[in-house]
Each structure stands twice: as C-alpha cells, then as structure tokens.
Design a protein around this ligand. Structure first.
Ligand SMILES: *[C@@H]1O[C@H](CO)[C@@H](O)[C@H](O)[C@H]1NC(C)=O
Length: 439
C-alpha cells in the first residue's frame, strides 16, 4: 500500500516547474557567461526535463506491471489446440444432462468432491485452479490426478486472468458456474491480507464480469461462509440474521462477496446463489483445519492446543461432512433458475438466494479431539489455551430450515461417522504417519 502512495505521479509533476525556474534564474544572474556555457546549460535543462518527464511513466503503474508479469506466466499454462481439445472433451455431457459446469477451485477440498459428483451424474465439468501454495500443493496435485482419472480436466490459471475466462467461455457455453475458489483460513489473513482481496474480491468480480458478458449468461452458485455471522450471539444462525460484524478479514471478504453478488444480480440479471458453509471436513480435506492438523499432531505425539473461551464457555463448531455439503451444492445448482440477461444487458429480475449449509449439531472442540483419539488409537497431549482474538469465533450453529425447504438439504453424517472416513483416508494417504507415532 505504501508503495502505491510513494509512486503517485504528483510529486515529479510538481518538481518540474521548480527546477526549470531555478535554472532559468541562474542563467540570468550569470549573464557574462560565454555562449558555449549557455548552450551547454540549455542542453542540461532539456535533458533534465526529459528525465523528469520519464519518471511518472516508469514508476507509477508498478501494480499493473506486476500484473502483466503474472499474466505472462499464466499464458504458459493454457491455450493451444491440444489444450482446447482437453477442455472440450471434459465439458462433454451425457445425453441425459443439459448442464456444462465451470468449477473454480476444482483442486480444492470442496471443489474436488463437487466436480467428481457432477461428472459422475453425467454433467459436463471443467475445473479451474491456480494451485497456489497456501497449503501443500502436492495434495492439490493428488486431487487433480483423481479428477483426471474421472475425466475432469483442471485448467491451471487464475480467476483474475480475464483473457483465460473469456477463452473458456468461448470454447464452452457454460450453463452453470460453481464458484468455490477462494483464499480460505481465518488466521492467515493477518499474514497475507492481500491474498484475500486478490481471490475473494478481485477474483470474484473478474468472474462475474465474464459471466455477465457471456451469451448465454450462466447461473452461478458460490461459496460464502458461516463466518459472515461474526460476533453474533443469537443461535442458531439464520440467513435473516445480521452479518455486519465480521471477526476476520476472511469473513469481511465473504460478506463483500455477498454484496457484490447482489449488485451483479441487480444490474445484469445474473442468477446467483450463495452458500454459507459451516466447518466442512472429510477425506481430501484442508491441512490448515483443526481436525486435520490435530490428527497429524496426535499421531506424531505432539502437543495440541485446544482453544478455550476466555469466559470458560465452550468453543464449538457445527462440523459438516463433505458428502452432505456436496448434496447441498448440487441441490443449489439444480434449483437455480436461469440468468435473465444476455451480453451484458439485463432483461428482467433474476434469482438471488443465500443458504446456510451446516449440520445443526455443534460439537465442542474437546470432543472432536476425544473422537480422534479413539479412531487413531493414540492419546492426545492436550493443552488448553485461551482463544486469541485473531479472527476465530467461539461458536457456530446453523439453522438449515431454509436449505431444507428450498434445496431438499438434509445432512445425515454425524461427526464420529465422518471422522472415521477422514481417518481412514488420512492413514492411507500419509502411510507411515501411524508407524512414527509408535516411537
Ligand atoms: C430457523 O429459521 C427459520 C426461517 O428460515 C425460522 O422460521 C425458524 O424459527 C428458525 N429456527 C430456530 C430454531 O431459530
């Protein structure tokens, strides 16, 4: 940010008249100077003038020049007839399906599961992912392999690359966009705030810009977050509750996304459905989440820190199993009405929805650890620590009656059943993690 301020072109502009004025005065005072010196001085003024003129153009647009470098790198990863063939093949649908879905964040946790489910039922699916290094890229690559085996091609690229999005919409007339790409994590926002703005705000706008211009416009389903309920204390959280006191930048960018969605729905007639996910867990999950790194650390015999509310209240989460979330995502996709605009022009009002997708049974984090101990057959080294004020909220609990009514959403997996499936996957994916714990 400070760099942007330093580079504003106003400073060199101001210097220009001052410096030439100064030199001009000097020339008048030393009227006895020879013609040669005068010529030399004029030349000097001219050079100085050119130098000052060149300043704003080389220093001011530093942000856009870095974006150009970024884009050039990404150009290497897409395009060409072979690439187009793979896109077309992946978008091919079974005769029974009339859907072609672009899944963003396809190599992510939820994105992988949703892509597989869509492909399994015969929809055309194209994935998009930037494979960033927020967490172990090997896990993302392993998910990509899983998708490739199922016939889903994951395009490597960034949402902010408008040319790439345009190309994808040129090749495939998408009926739906399942937008799951995001910078996740609550605490990481204090280390890298720009990443949240880049993915969750700029990236979302870039995608919506492409969707609104597309002909036909796709219907959009996207991942918001239960974190938008922030510091609310009334439970269970209902879609009608206030969402104006976020506790983290992550939550604030998701809330911003909900408002941005409203705008694009209002102006361009895009059909948009937002889903507020509640602590999704399961096989192929994200290593930055507590259930995941608790399992890892318990197996290693490493001490784990369990957050405690400063007022000794319980810290609890409405853990929601991935298969239930996938059913909710597909339910949202299948009940999404068509967008009403075309080619950037609104033709009539369009659908705008928001749903909680939770499990409606919050579990204290200490109980999560007890279940993990049982499943891993290893005793955890627990350390209770007061919850720091760094973005986490104390309690989440979803009211899912709206999703039940409109999407037929009905979660069926309790935490123990879901964690059993997670642990089975974990021990299989990280062989050797169990043996080490025996030492
Ligand atoms: C859940 O939300 C619905 C509205 O969608 C409301 O009618 C109901 O009373 C809420 N339930 C609870 C337990 O707050």
């Amino acid at each position: 940010m400070s760099q942007l301020i330093d580079n504003t072109p106003s400073t060199p502009g101001k210097q220009k008249p001052e410096k030439s004025h100064y030199l001009h005065n000097r020339l008048r005072i030393h009227s006895s100077l020879s013609k040669l010196t005068l010529l030399f001085s004029i030349l000097l003024v001219f050079i100085l003038f050119l130098f000052i003129l060149s300043l704003p153009s080389t220093t001011a647009p530093s942000s856009s020049s870095s974006a150009v470098t970024h884009r050039r790198n990404l150009y290497d990863t897409w395009g060409g007839s072979d690439w187009e063939k793979r896109v077309t093949k992946s978008a091919r649908r079974a005769t029974a399906s009339n859907r072609a879905v672009l899944v963003t964040g396809a190599a992510g946790f939820v994105g992988t599961h949703v892509s597989l489910a869509l492909k399994r039922r015969g929809d055309g699916v194209i994935g998009l992912d930037n494979f960033n290094h927020y967490y172990d890229p090997n896990l993302k690559r392993a998910r990509q392999k899983l998708l490739e085996r199922a016939g889903v091609f994951v395009v490597e690229g960034d949402l902010n690359d408008g040319a790439l999005l345009r190309k994808l919409f040129d090749v495939v007339p998408f009926t739906h966009v399942m937008h799951l790409a995001a910078q996740a994590g609550v605490r990481y926002a204090m280390q890298n705030p720009g990443s949240y703005v880049h993915s969750n705000i700029a990236g979302f706008v870039s995608l919506l810009e492409e969707c609104k211009s597309a002909n036909p416009q796709p219907a959009i389903v996207w991942a918001s977050s239960s974190s938008v309920y922030g510091l609310n204390s009334k439970v269970p959280f209902s879609e009608k509750d206030r969402t104006d006191q976020p506790a983290s930048l992550y939550a604030a960018t998701k809330k911003a996304g909900e408002e941005i969605a409203h705008t694009y729905n209002h102006i361009y007639g895009l059909s948009i459905t937002g889903l507020r996910f509640f602590t999704v867990y399961g096989p192929w999950g994200r290593p930055d989440m507590a259930y995941f790194f608790f399992a890892k650390d318990i197996l290693k015999g490493k001490q784990i820190s369990i957050f405690q509310d400063p007022d000794r209240g319980t810290v609890a989460r409405d853990f929601t199993y991935i298969d239930d979330i996938v059913k909710g995502c597909l339910g949202a996709l299948d009940t999404a009405k068509k967008s009403t605009g075309s080619g950037g022009k609104k033709k009539g009002p369009a659908q705008l929805r928001i749903f909680n997708l939770g499990n409606t049974s919050p579990v204290p984090v200490s109980e999560l650890v007890t279940i993990l101990e049982k499943l891993l057959k290893v005793k955890a080294k627990r350390k209770m620590v007061p919850m720091p004020r760094n973005g986490d909220v104390r309690f989440t609990h979803a009211n899912i009656s709206l999703a039940h009514r409109e999407l037929g959403y009905r979660p069926t997996t309790d935490l123990e059943t879901g964690l059993k499936k997670f642990v089975r996957w974990y021990l299989d994916f990280y062989p050797g993690s169990k043996k080490k714990s025996a030492w």
